[in-house]
Each structure stands twice: as C-alpha cells, then as structure tokens.
Design a protein around this ligand. Structure first.
Ligand SMILES: Cc1ncc(COP(=O)(O)O)c(C=O)c1O
Length: 443
C-alpha cells in the first residue's frame, strides 16, 4: 500500500485488498472473510456475485456496453425507466438516469431551478434543507447537506442554503411532547423559514426520507413528512426527497416515502438501485414537472457523458427484477424484525448504547458516554472509528460516523445488511457486534 499510486480516501492508513465477493461476504487477498453487514455504504442489497445480475450484465456486454445519450436511447435504459415508473409513487412519469447519488442530487437541484424558470417563476432561488443531513460530496449536494464538519473547509465555495432542524427524536423531542406534536413543531420551523426567506423565493425543501450516513438513521415521526408536503403545496415549493441511501427497498418498502404515504416531486435514488454491480443513480420525476420542460424549452440543460449507461441500466434492471421475483421486500421486513429484536436484546442495556433506531434493514446505533443524560462520548476518543476497526478485525463490516449530534459530537454505527441474508447471518451479525462493543468499551 505504501507504494500505491491510488489516491485513497486516507493516505496514512493501509487497506486490505478485496479479491472476491460471495453472497454476504467479501474476501481479501489473505483469504479473510468479512460479513458485509453494511453493504459497504448501504449499497450491496443483493450481496456479492449474484448470478442473475451477473448473467444480465454479461448479456448486455455482449450486445452493447455504451451509446451516448445525445445520439441514442437504448432498450435497456427504456426498460429500466418503465420498470421504475411502474413501481414509483403516484404521479411519477419519468426517470433521469445518472451514475450515483451525488449526481442524482445535483440533477434534482438543477431540475428544480429550471422547472421554475420554465413556468415563469425565476425569482425562486433558495433551497431549504436540514442540519445533519448528507446529500453527497459534489458542491451543490454538499451545499444542501447539513453536516458542519463536511462543509467547513469548502464553505467559501458553497451556495447559500438555509438549514432547519433534522427530525431527531432521540435528542430533540421534549419529554412532555408527543411524537406528532414534535413533528408539527418541526413543520412550523420550516414554515417560519419559508416566511423569513419570502415564499416566492423558495425553490424546494430537500430532505432524506430517513436520515442516513451523517445522522445514523433518523426515522421521521408520524405526520412530519405529511406536514412538510402540505406546507410545500401551500407555497408552491417542490419537495425533493433523497432516498439515495434509504430507498430501493432498504427500509422494507421500495421507496421509503411509501411508508409515510408522502409523494415527493423529485425522488433521488442510487446505491441499492444497482446494488453495487454498476455505479448508477436516478431522479424520479413527477409528470407535471416533466410537462413544464416539455411545453417550455423542451430540454433539461444538464447531462453527463455516462448518463443512462447501458451496462449500469442492465445491472439495475436485474437487481430490481430479483427483488420482486424473490419477494425480497417481505424478506427485508422479516429480517429487519429479527435484527431489531436481536439488537435490543443484546445491546439495549449496554451502558454506552444511547439509541437503537431504524426500519427494515436500515439500523443505526448511537453510542453515548452516559445513557441517562445522553451525553456524547469525547470526540477525541474516536469511538466510531474504534468500533469500525474492532468489528473489521472480527470479520464484520459496519458503517460508522462521528459528529452525529452536531458535526463534532456523537458517534453512531450504521447497519445495512444485504436483503439476501439468512436468519443465521443476522444472528451472526448481532453476535459479532455485541463482541465488538465488548472489545471497544472494556479496553
Ligand atoms: C442520502 C445520500 N444522498 C447522497 C449520497 C451521495 O451518493 P454518492 O456517494 O453515490 O455520490 C449519499 C451517499 O452516502 C447519501 O447517503
């Protein structure tokens, strides 16, 4: 690794070399096996080496790998879009295909802006998003993102975005407040922000349906997203939901917003869309938004070289077909219940476990110094990183992050195992994780 020419994420930390992936395991060059309990970063929903996805990719490769989208459409891109729209929330009519989550969010942001230009409201220019959110690392996505640490050094390059509170029940709901009242308080905060900015200037509210990477899986309280939807409708503001991490079946419904009965105007997906077999993302778009483009300028002023890539579409289509054929959404719900009860049983009373939260196969554990006061651990301890290292040493992949509370304080780990896990795999995951907690907190 010291003589590697790859500009790795961390330049001082050696990495093992992954050489194979089989089912729910990755295998390194020393022959060590790792249970992929996080699907990388909530990506590998079908695990590794799924034969049906590989066969679909081989078949596509033999036909056509790539055709630029300014010259051609392809059968496979059309088939994927048909498939996604057939199972989309109501009113969605088109799919804008990109190569990942950040690209999906960039496309959604620009689509929102151009939509208002098309319909003669060019004065709309403000995005409102939430603190502790993550929407990607490109400049537009980073600007709407609300993680203070990630934004800090790039702040001079970022567009001005207003951030409101996340839906973070564990820390922010008052003891004498119902979850519903807490949700309404958050909606009121958004309403106040819209009023402060001037409702005619606001483009869109941007939120992860279930907060993921930087917040450690924040599920919305009942009524919150519906309240947000109504507020956006009242002011003619678009609702952009980011389901790059929580979508495509991860929480037990194909789209996480279906659980809450809320339909966004633009819905960003990626990760589980292609399951890691190819880089792919997409924005699902409401028909009325598409109509504004169709009847207006007739083009979306955007695009990248690899949008709608045929190999990526083939992989994503195969992943979606396997999920349906094998009833994997039901499996996610079943495994999710097993995972939740195992986590609560084995870790619920742990003195450093503050909160266990999630839905389907998407779970976060927030670790604290003190269970009663919920005081976070000293950031200097880097507990999240120690948990990751200890788990990895045991052959378990979990996805950790620090700064859960405010970008600096707080530690969580995220679990997002493949939908094709066996019950036994879930039990092994819980055993390994409980042992990992012992390793970290007893040393
Ligand atoms: C909610 C959310 N949006 C956007 C992104 C960015 O996706 P990508 O890393 O594929 O660019 C992520 C990645 O973790 C994410 O979790």
């Amino acid at each position: 690794m010291s003589d590697s020419h790859v500009f790795h994420r961390q330049l001082r930390q050696p990495l093992p070399t992954a050489v194979a992936g089989r089912g729910v395991h990755l295998i390194d060059s020393a022959g060590r096996r790792y249970l992929d309990a996080s699907g990388g970063a909530a990506v590998s929903c079908l695990g590794h080496g799924h034969p049906d996805v590989l066969a679909a990719m081989h078949a596509q490769l033999d036909r056509l790998a790539y055709a630029h989208t300014s010259f051609f459409t392809t059968e496979v891109a059309e088939a994927l879009a048909d498939d996604l729209i057939a199972h989309a929330p109501s009113g969605m009519s088109h799919v804008y295909l990109v190569s990942g989550g950040s690209e999906a969010m960039e496309a959604a942001l620009k689509m929102a802006r151009q939509y208002f230009v098309e319909i003669g409201q060019p004065e709309r220019r403000h995005f409102i998003a939430r603190r502790q959110s993550y929407h990607g690392n490109t400049l537009g996505a980073l600007a709407v993102g609300g993680n203070a640490w990630r934004r800090a050094q790039f702040a001079p390059l970022l567009m001005d975005v207003s951030h409101v509170s996340p839906c973070y029940e564990y820390r922010d709901r008052h003891a004498d407040e119902t979850p519903e009242a807490y949700g309404q308080r958050l909606v009121q905060e958004l309403a106040d922000t819209i009023e402060r900015l001037g409702q005619q200037t606001v483009l869109a509210f941007v939120a992860e349906t279930v907060g993921g990477a930087t917040a450690g899986v924040l599920t919305p309280v009942p009524g919150y997203l519906r309240g947000v939807r109504e507020l956006c409708d009242r002011h003619g503001i678009l609702l952009i939901l980011d389901e790059v991490m929580c979508g495509m079946g991860r929480t037990g419904t194909l789209h996480a917003c279906q659980h809450d009965g809320v339909v966004p105007d633009l819905l960003a997906v990626a990760k589980g869309l292609g399951g890691g077999y190819q880089p792919i993302g997409a924005v699902l778009v409401q028909g009325r938004v598409v109509d504004a483009f169709r009847h207006g300028s007739g083009l979306f002023q955007h695009g990248h070289t690899y949008i709608g890539h045929a190999m990526a579409c083939a992989a994503a289509l195969a992943v979606q077909r396997v999920i349906r054929r094998d009833g994997l959404l039901e499996r996610v719900r079943h495994l999710g219940q097993r995972l939740e009860s195992g986590l609560r049983e084995r870790l619920g009373e742990h003195p450093h476990v503050g909160d266990i939260r999630g839905r389907g196969l998407f779970w976060g554990i927030e670790w604290v110094q003190d269970k009663c006061s919920r005081r976070p651990l000293d950031p200097a301890l880097k507990t999240h990183a120690r948990l990751k290292a200890a788990a990895f040493a045991r052959g378990l992949m979990i996805y950790p992050m620090g700064g859960t509370v405010d970008g600096l304080h707080g530690d969580h780990v995220l679990l997002a195992p493949p939908f094709v896990c066996s019950d036994q795999d879930i039990d092994t995951l819980i055993d390994f994780l409980a042992a990992t907690a012992e390793d970290v907190f007893l040393t």
